[in-house]
Every structure is written in structure tokens, then in C-alpha cells.
Write a protein that binds this ligand. Structure first.
Ligand code: NAD
Length: 415
């Protein structure tokens, strides 16, 4: 029988796991059909006085383990299928790191660079007005994602609180610290990934001091993970942004690179560095490759040329499924996104807990607790890999799907 709203990508992604766990039709429906899909169009007055309509989405994929959680992105290529897939991945990610959350994602189809700050504020407020009756601390909790930041979260929270007539800081995470945000949230995604890499270093026979790293993307995630790994003694030999990359076999002092980028707006012309393209960066002979930019960067076209021993997926879905197969055959290990970049949602959870208790933690306590969550997830992954004899991605899917289905079963939604 044909079914509405099935997430095609999700079906493809769980094919193998469905066989391993012998999933039946009801289970597959839970894992491929989102619980709630909101698609809407909303008007915003531009600075010129013209009124423009914007398309927005919010998908709440599964809430069996708790309120749904996931970011809101502003991007011209936002579309419903992508938002469904990312909401599915959030469901798995929250289960992998044992958060009491389900998964969601939202987005607005816009090129944010084309709008003024005042227009972006009105777009953010307009988006929240559309979804305000479907979100809340116990229902669905948005956060930042691509092209949205703490400033946008502040506008969204303010609009939500105005509509509800009271303070509800736990309704949105990723807020500025002055507006009930959490210390450490800004670089938590990168810190979580760095903890995972360190936890696994031994099992890959890696000594940080002798390990070279190439990082693609120099935004929030890429810049912070380059900085943290450099501080921990790793040799960061290449970094890049959308304009291109820089390389130095001896490694960079990342603080100087950040200073140069802040001053000139570019990575190029950094003293002592060779300029390389983004394609060249991905194909460098580095021990660890860290894609931290966008989706679909390693595809069947370039997977065969990758020389890194290990890939730490800090971006969401940077490797296509076809490329994944090629890397597996080449015995290149991949630490998948739903574990590698889960540090951000872990500290978002800490922010929600602090907001709910009205009691705020020190930065060192946030980091200490983040490390515990990430280390625990690594241990669970190693156990699942052994028990099911699967690669890391399959094992994380197996573990997360089992947790989601168990919650559904306990609720009486599955036999
Ligand atoms: P960002 O917008 O701050 O930075 C993105 C960076 O990628 C920029 O430096 C940009 O110049 C660069 N870039 C764009 N296209 C590129 C290309 N073709 N080659 C090389 N660099 C390119 O975004 P971010 O918050 O750092 O997020 C990066 C990735 O991490 C995204 O996939 C996002 O979904 C994922 N992620 C982010 C968080 C978070 O907390 N920020 C959490 C989980 C996952």
C-alpha cells in the first residue's frame, strides 16, 4: 500500500539495519514517517516596505523518548525532504548520546546574506509565530543550525515569550549567555567531537602528538575543532573555507590563523602557507580528515582519492552512502556524524536543564559533564560494534533504533 509522507532518505539509510534487527512494517513506519510535518508560508515586511512570503518547515520526527529537539536552518536549498532526513538523524543522535529527547528539524528557504539584520529579525519572529502552538519546553525545542545563531535564537525566544505572556527560556536553546544560555554551548559541538576522537585514539593506534589533521570548513564547528585539537597537541596541517584552503606540512598555530581570518576575512595569504583548493584538502595525506562544512562533500567521485586513515564527520551527512561503501572497502574508518557532532545537542540539553531548574553551571562543569556523555556513547558504540559485528555507522543506527523502538514498545505503540 502507498503511504504518505514517507522519508525516502530515511528508508534507504535504514535498509541494512532493518535486516539486522528484522524490523516489521509497524517499526519501519515509525522510523520512516515523521509524526508531524508543518509546511507554511508567512509574510514579512522588507525594509523597502514590500511584503514577501517565505516558505518554512518544521518536522517533528519522533517523540517516544521525550520532547523533540533540533535546529532551524536558513538556506536557499532548504526543502521538505532534507528537513525530514535531518529530523530523523536528530532522533537517532539524541538516542545515541542518551538524551531524553526525540528529533526534529526546521528551516526557512532563504539566502540570509540578501537580507538586512532588521529583515532577518522579522523573518525569525514570523517563523516562530507560525509554529508557536506546536513547540515548547515539553513539546519541541528549537536551536540554531546552518546560518542561524544565538542572536536569532534570542529574537525567536522573545517572540515566543511575547505570544505566551511569560518567561519560558527552556523553549529554545543555543541562546546568548546573557539570555539564559549555557556556558560552553558556542564550541560544544567541536569539543564533543574532540572528546570522541581522543577517546578512540588508542583503539586506532593514534598518538595525538604524532597525528596530522586536515579540517574542511572554518565556521563555528571547523574553526573550534581546529583550535581545540591544536591545543591538545595534534598537528593541524590544513584548513579551508568556502573560498579555498591553506596547507603547511609542519602544522599551523591555529590562533594566528583565526586572527588572520578575522582581520582579512579570508584564509588565503596566511604567512608560510601553500594555497590549496577544497578538493585538494579532502585528498591530502593526513591521518585524520575532518569535514566540518556541508553535506555531500565526499561522493563516489572523490571517495577513491581520499588518503586519510580516519574521517571524523563533524558536518551533517558529509559523506554520501555510495562514498561510504568505497571508504569501507579502502578500510578508511569513519566516525559518523550522529556521534561525532552530538556535543552540541548534549550541551543544548544541559542548557534546557539549567533553564528548567533556574540554576546555572560553571563552564568547567559543563565540559566535565559533556565529556562523560561522549565517553559513555563511545563505550556503547564499541559494545554494539562487537555484538553485531557491524561498522561504526551501522552500529550507531542499530543502537539508536533499538532505543527508539523500545520507548515506542513501552508506550504500547508497538507489540
Ligand atoms: P558555519 O556556517 O558557521 O560554517 C560553515 C563553514 O564552512 C564556513 O567556514 C564556510 O566558509 C565553509 N564552507 C562552506 N562551503 C564550503 C566548501 N565547499 N568547502 C569548504 N568550506 C566550505 O556552520 P557550522 O555551524 O560550523 O556548521 C558546519 C556543519 O556542522 C554543518 O553541516 C552543520 O549542520 C553541522 N553541525 C553544526 C552544529 C553546530 O553546533 N553549529 C552542530 C551539529 C552539526
Amino acid at each position: 500500500m502507498e503511504k504518505d509522507n514517507v522519508c525516502i532518505n530515511c528508508s534507504n539509510q535504514i535498509d541494512k539495519v532493518a535486516k539486522i534487527l528484522k524490523l516489521g512494517e509497524a517499526e519501519l513506519d515509525i522510523l520512516t514517517i515523521p509524526k508531524r510535518i508543518l509546511t507554511f508560508s508567512f509574510p514579512v515586511k522588507l525594509d523597502s516596505g514590500e511584503i514577501r512570503y517565505f516558505t518554512g518547515y518544521r518536522v517533528q520526527f519522533n517523540d517516544a523518548r521525550g520532547p523533540t529537539k533540533g535546529g532551524i536552518r536558513f538556506h536557499p536549498e532548504v526543502n521538505l525532504e532534507e528537513i525530514k532526513t535531518l529530523a530523523f538523524l536528530m532522533t537517532l543522535k539524541c538516542a545515541v548520546v542518551n538524551l531524553p529527547y526525540g528529533g526534529a528539524k526546521g528551516g526557512v528557504m532563504i539566502e540570509p546574506k540578501r537580507f538586512s539584520a532588521n529583515e532577518l529579525e522579522r523573518i525569525s519572529r514570523g517563523y516562530i509565530r507560525e509554529i508557536n502552538n506546536f513547540i515548547g519546553p515539553d513539546v519541541d525545542i528549537p536551536a540554531p543550525d546552518v546560518n542561524t545563531d544565538s542572536k536569532i535564537m534570542a529574537w525567536m525566544l522573545d517572540e515566543y515569550e511575547k505570544l505566551k505572556g511569560r518567561h519560558i527560556p527552556a523553549a529554545i536553546t543555543g541562546k546568548p549567555i546573557a539570555l539564559s544560555g549555557s556556558k560552553g554551548r558556542e564550541y560544544s559541538t567541536s569539543m564533543g567531537g574532540a572528546y570522541v576522537l581522543n577517546e578512540m585514539a588508542d583503539s586506532f593506534g593514534m598518538n595525538p602528538k604524532k597525528t596530522s589533521v586536515a579540517v574542511q570548513g572554518f565556521g563555528n564547528v571547523g574553526m573550534n575543532i581546529a583550535r581545540i585539537l591544536h591545543e591538545w597537541g595534534y598537528k593541524v596541517i590544513a584548513v579551508s573555507d568556502s573560498h579555498g584552503g591553506i596547507f603547511n606540512q609542519k602544522g599551523f598555530g591555529i590562533k594566528d590563523v583565526i586572527g588572520h581570518k578575522n582581520k582579512t576575512g579570508r584564509l588565503s595569504k596566511f604567512k608560510g602557507a601553500k594555497e590549496i583548493s577544497n578538493e585538494e584538502l579532502l585528498e591530502l595525506k593526513a591521518d585524520v580528515l575532518v569535514p566540518a562544512a556541508l553535506e555531500d562533500q565526499i561522493t563516489k567521485k572523490n571517495a577513491g582519492k581520499i588518503k586519510a586513515k580516519l574521517i571524523l564527520e563533524m558536518a551533517n551527512r558529509p559523506i554520501t552512502p555510495e562514498a561510504d561503501e568505497i571508504l569501507l572497502k579502502k578500510n578508511i574508518k569513519v566516525i559518523p556524524d550522529i556521534l561525532a557532532n552530538a556535543g552540541g545537542v548534549v550541551v543544548s540539553y544541559f542548557e534546557w536543564v539549567q533553564n528548567s531548574q533556574n540554576y546555572y553551571w560553571s563552564e568547567s562543569l559543563v565540559l566535565e559533564r559533556l565529556k562523560i556523555y561522549m565517553a559513555h556513547a563511545v563505550k556503547e558504540l564499541s559494545r554494539t560494534c562487537t555484538d553485531f559485528k557491524c561498522d561504526m555507522r551501522e552500529s550507531l543506527y542499530v543502537d539508536a533504533i533499538k532505543k527508539v523502538l523500545e520507548a515506542e514498545r513501552l508506550r504500547g505503540n508497538l507489540r
